[in-house]
Design a protein around this ligand. Structure first.
Ligand code: BGC
Length: 751
């Protein structure tokens, strides 16, 4: 439809029709009559359903078509409904959780994954996904770190931009793509004390310099929607924050798309004590420019009164409706209200061999090798024990993979069993596959439950009346298998419901029952390779020093087993790097690499009183941002600069180069990282900031040059003049394999 026609349509709509375009209803009621509606009075649903402009959570091409047909036929202007869903890291084919994707340091992996998610979800009736989540995260207590790509603004921005491009393709009217909704604007990842939904206090400096950058990149990549966050930012709930939404998001960032509230967030301004009632909340939200009210009746019940009483200008309503109509138009819904949804097509494309291959590649690239003493990995032994609650676990996704069938997930046990050279047994007896010409034997034992008894997860409390007996017999079997084996691969991890929304924790260790298993295995295993499945950084207690190898597997998704087995057996070398610092203990939270030096920096070697320090723990992370081993060894040359000055006036650049050599015996990929530091500025600057990364694959003995171009823009920060600008002076450039690198050179910025 032409823009002029959209305007005519808008002019022709009644006020009620217009208001209802701004209302999003939960699809749960269509699905099952469930009471999860966000509406105080269920009977309202029947009333609203005739006109509400969008639905959340309905999927299935036939169902979507039926709802759409009925809705459009009854709608006075036959305007199509919009169907939205959280397609976060997979629809059918599930990719590593976003934190795992961050670890790939390869935006293209995320772009490809998002494109597959969009294709599957679009065929299944979805038109908008609430992804990517770009919230910068520093505090492992906050369970939603699993949904973010980590602690660094630059990495987050690159990943977010790639995801948006993957979901949206060249045009959202294309039936294989979705409109992407960036969330949660803004600063949601900084919830105080890591407690979900809590308030956020950020100086404008930190907000601009760190937290807003990722969202901005996603918007620049063309994201069609933005979601407001639950939190307050410096005392103001986002959904009522006019400055944030109108001045920053719209005017400065140039966002012209649809702004949707998070679930119930408009209504939550009442318990926050920011709005008197839902009517007041509606006024505040529409004034702030929130176009869609997700699952409250704030807009539906109050906007008309507010307009008629003159409390708000009808222009605010019109601009919001127009943005929504425009999105529907951009998606091509006026021509094809199903956006290509088709059961046949869905069945044909879902979980295709090609999609699985992309997911498997993503898993391989997301795994982070933290320890590998005496080259324990890849596995060389023939008698291998796969032990632990994740050895044969199907739930390898996060709680945000809403539509996958876990039965389609490949477990580590299944992947091992598929190998040509493996005879697989469960426990000591039950043979799964056996053939004389296979030279490896893999035995599998669960060892323990995932959760401790009576532990709380977002899904509910885990209670098991047979907990002790069950675990005693699981442990017995594991002990037997571990004593038989030459090497034990111990598969531990958090439960699926222990990270994600509303899963904040004050203790980020593994469940006790798994730690007991760990110590038993350590006592018995000749070699112990520990795998950790997790959605957040954990306090590993003594696991790192007591394991011969330690591999972080995140929540790897559908192809988890395959990708991990590929790495364990050496088909591929690991290349993942930490997207978030891993602490020694929860007491360090928040811990992140791009911090300020303080006036009393602790010496790197030795202790010194009255410096910034803990008495009982290092300041630094246990494993720093950007860290991860490969199966080879790499050397890096000193940083060479093409010049020693950038001049603001001439706009010249400096090329910083290093030569990287694979000095090991295995072909491997290394991620070379560029960091900068502004030595003296009118505002204290971080000790390092990531400004670029490049991957290089080298054969044993091979060398390659990696270069980065440094320009003036990379030196900018949010200055006292309230703008991004650079300041003349000295800078350091660091190039290395993680954020602790001291491989540095210096240059200056002059006028
Ligand atoms: C979450 C959002 C999500 C929305 C819709 C909320 O509870 O915070 O991230 O997109 O629900 O499912």
């Amino acid at each position: 439809m032409k823009i002029d026609d959209l305007r005519l349509l808008l002019d022709d709509m009644s006020i009620e029709e217009k208001i209802m375009q701004l209302v999003q209803l939960p699809g749960a009621v269509y699905e099952s009559g469930a009471a999860v509606t966000g509406l105080s009075d269920l009977s309202l649903f029947e009333k609203y359903k005739k006109l509400a402009g969008s639905l959340l959570g309905v999927r299935g091409a036939d169902k979507v078509k039926a709802i759409q047909d009925e809705y459009m036929a009854a709608h006075p202007h036959h305007i199509p409904l919009l169907f939205m869903l959280d397609v976060i890291h997979g629809h059918d084919t599930v990719f590593p959780c976003p934190l795992g994707q961050g670890a790939t340091f390869e935006p293209e992996v995320s772009r490809k994954g998002a494109a597959i998610q969009a294709k599957e979800a679009a065929a299944d009736g979805i038109q908008v996904t609430f992804s990517p989540m770009v919230d910068l995260v520093r505090d492992a207590r906050w369970g939603r770190v699993v949904e973010s790509t980590g602690e660094d603004p630059y990495l987050n921005g690159e990943m977010a931009s790639a995801m948006v491009k993957g979901y949206q393709g060249d045009s959202v009217s294309d039936k294989e793509h979705l409109a992407s909704c960036v969330k949660h604007f803004a600063g949601y990842g900084a919830s105080e004390a890591g407690r979900d939904y809590n308030s956020v206090e950020l100086s404008e400096y930190t907000l601009r310099d760190k937290y807003l950058k990722g969202y901005k990149k996603a918007i620049e990549a063309g994201a069609k929607l933005v979601m407001s966050s639950f939190n307050t930012l410096n005392g103001i709930p986002s959904s009522g924050n006019k400055w944030l939404m109108r001045d920053v998001l719209r005017d400065e960032m140039g966002f012209e798309g649809v702004l949707i509230s998070d679930w119930g967030a408009i209504g939550e301004m009442v318990p926050w004590g920011f709005a008197k009632d839902l009517k007041d909340a509606a006024r505040l939200a529409i004034e702030a420019g929130v176009d869609i009210d997700m699952c409250t009746e704030s807009y539906a019940a109050n906007l008309k009164d507010l307009i008629e009483s003159g409390d708000i200008d009808v222009k605010l309503l019109d601009e919001a409706v127009f943005r929504i109509l425009n999105l529907k138009n951009e998606l091509g819904l006026f021509e094809d209200p199903y956006h290509g949804a088709s059961m046949e097509r869905y069945e044909e494309i879902r979980l295709s061999k090609e999609s699985r291959e992309v997911a498997r590649d993503a898993v391989r690239k997301s795994l982070v090798l933290l320890e590998n003493r005496d080259d324990t990995l890849p596995i060389k032994e023939k008698k291998i024990a796969l032990i632990g609650p994740y050895a044969a676990e199907k739930n390898l996704h996060s709680s945000w993979a809403l539509s996958l069938d876990p039965e389609k997930t490949v477990t580590l046990m299944e992947a091992a069993g598929e190998s040509d050279d493996v005879n697989l047994f469960i426990g000591m007896n039950q043979g799964i596959s056996a053939s004389a010409n296979r030279d490896k034997v893999v035995r599998v034992a669960k060892g323990s439950t995932i959760l401790d008894n009576d532990s709380t997860t977002v899904i509910g409390t885990y209670t098991n009346d047979n907990f002790d007996d069950e675990n005693a017999s699981l442990l017995c079997e594991a002990i037997e298998v571990s004593e038989w084996a030459d090497t034990v691969v111990l598969c531990l991890g958090e439960g699926i419901g222990q990270s994600g929304e509303s899963t904040s924790k004050t203790n980020i260790t593994l469940p006790e029952i798994q730690m007991e298993l760990f110590y038993e295995m350590r006592r018995r295993a000749k070699k112990l390779i520990t795998l950790i499945f997790t959605g957040r950084p954990l306090d590993f207690e003594h696991i790192p020093e007591l394991s011969d190898a330690l591999l972080i597997c995140w929540r790897p998704g559908t192809e988890g087993g395959h990708g991990i087995w590929d790495i364990l057996t050496g088909r591929f070398s690991p290349s993942g790097k930490l997207p978030m610092s891993l602490p020694y203990t929860v007491g360090q939270a928040p811990v992140y690499y791009n911090a300020f030096a303080t006036g009393r920096p602790k010496p790197t070697v030795g202790q010194s009183s009255f410096t910034t320090r803990y008495l009982d723990c290092p300041n630094e992370a246990r494993y720093p941002f950007g860290y991860g081993l490969t199966y080879s060894k790499f050397e890096i040359s000193k940083v060479e600069l093409s010049g020693h000055a950038i001049s603001k006036a001439s706009g010249n650049t400096i090329t910083a180069s290093v030569t990287v050599t694979n000095t090991g015996v295995t072909a491997a990929t290394q991620t070379v990282q560029l960091y900068l530091r502004d030595m003296v500025a009118t505002r204290v600057r971080p000790v390092k900031e990531l400004k670029g990364f490049k991957k290089i694959r080298l054969l044993p003995g091979e060398s390659g040059t990696v270069s980065f171009e440094i320009n003036e823009e990379m030196l900018e920060f949010w200055t006292l003049d309230n703008k991004f600008d650079s300041e003349c002076g000295e800078f350091k450039v660091f190039i290395g394999f993680d954020s602790t690198t001291d491989n540095e050179a210096e240059f200056i910025l002059d006028i």
